[in-house]
Design a protein around this ligand. Structure first.
Ligand code: SAM
Length: 319
């Protein structure tokens, strides 16, 4: 496979097949079956690596401000070393005083964070952050496309089961195009909950998710994400819509009651586990589209073909 459209189609068909199987068998059974398809996962990993390294990164090589990796790097630099953390702590302190109590003790800040930041890159594929000195990266994936990525199913591996998944040890957890791979909101929520536990208090979850629609098109969905993440104990720090993706960073509150107090004010009565939705969840794949070899549908053509294939253009990550 060399052509970017072929690579994009290969990636797209894996996502859709998994989603359809999840509707048929239930998410857990579908996931178990999916993870056993080692040949499929290997081909996906190679297609993803090739698309990213020979198209996106090559085309954007002269201007790092145009790619998703750069956004994550800049965000972490700004948060940890250019005042972002101090702002987040003072916002949390106000929430804490309002919702927990003026006379309660706000947790004492940790020792200052040092370089390199300890980062867990989940669904890393080919470890795109390996060359940035800012991070000491632990990269994991169900199907590594590079020797420096550890084979691990983040959904199914328990905290404490392996030495790189220990509670409160990371400054940053990165989900770059991970959540939309998972077929059900509750699986995405489970990943966010695990990230919360793995982060140090005051650490940051960076989420990059493909979205080619205009800025406000999916704002309802983004609000639900914010509520779901608040129920875990995350406070939103930054949110940016680029041309083909949404970038966000969430801070792990020192005391989750601070942000849960804010959540109560939102009069949210849904189930937090169902909050991390994506437009494809409600895509009515009809029987005809399911028969098509690559299961084309309107939303997927827009969401996936454009997200992946068009990223070869140099202006993809510009506002
Ligand atoms: C669209 S690719 C993104 C790759 C890379 N993060 C990037 O931005 O280029 C999604 C990756 O997530 C991995 N993945 C999906 N679910 C996973 C899980 N539960 N645990 C670990 N990796 C997972 C897939 O194997 C795939 O490599």
């Amino acid at each position: 496979m060399t052509n970017h459209q072929e690579l994009a189609d290969a990636i797209k068909s894996v996502h859709i097949e998994l989603r359809l199987s999840s509707r048929k068998l239930g998410a857990d059974a579908a996931w178990e079956q999916h993870c056993q398809k080692s040949e499929l996962l290997k081909n996906y990993a190679q297609a993803m690596k090739k698309l990213a390294t020979s198209h996106w990164e090559t085309n954007n090589a002269n201007d790092p401000t145009m790619n998703r990796i750069y956004w994550a790097v800049q965000e972490c630099e700004d948060f940890f070393f250019n005042g972002g953390a101090e702002t987040a702590v003072s916002k949390e302190k106000k929430l804490f005083q309002t919702f927990v109590g003026e006379n309660e003790n706000f947790p004492i800040p940790n020792a200052p964070v040092n370089r390199p930041l300890k980062m867990l890159d989940v669904g890393s594929c080919y470890n795109p952050l390996r060359n940035f000195n800012l991070f000491d990266v632990t990269a994991v994936d169900i199907a590594p496309a590079s020797d420096d990525v550890i084979e691990c199913d983040f959904l199914k591996t328990e905290i404490g089961e392996v030495d790189f998944l220990i509670e409160s040890t990371y400054d940053v957890v990165l989900f770059s195009f991970l959540l939309e791979y998972l077929p059900e909101p509750k699986m995405r929520y489970a990943c966010c909950l695990k990230a919360y536990k793995l982060l140090k208090p005051g650490g940051v979850l960076v989420i990059l998710t493909p979205d080619s629609k205009h800025d406000t098109a999916n704002s309802k969905i983004m609000r639900t994400w914010r509520l779901g993440l608040a129920s875990i104990g995350f406070m939103r720090v930054n949110y940016k819509k680029l041309r083909h993706l949404r970038c966000m960073s969430y801070y792990k509150c020192r005391d989750s009651r601070s942000i849960r107090g804010w959540l109560e004010l939102q009069k949210f009565d849904g189930s937090p586990e169902e909050c991390i939705v994506i437009p494809q969840d409600s895509n009515p794949y009809d029987s005809q589209s399911a028969k098509d070899e690559i299961f084309r549908s309107e939303t997927d053509n827009i969401q996936l073909a454009v997200n992946f294939a068009d990223m070869v253009n140099a202006d993809v990550f510009v506002d």
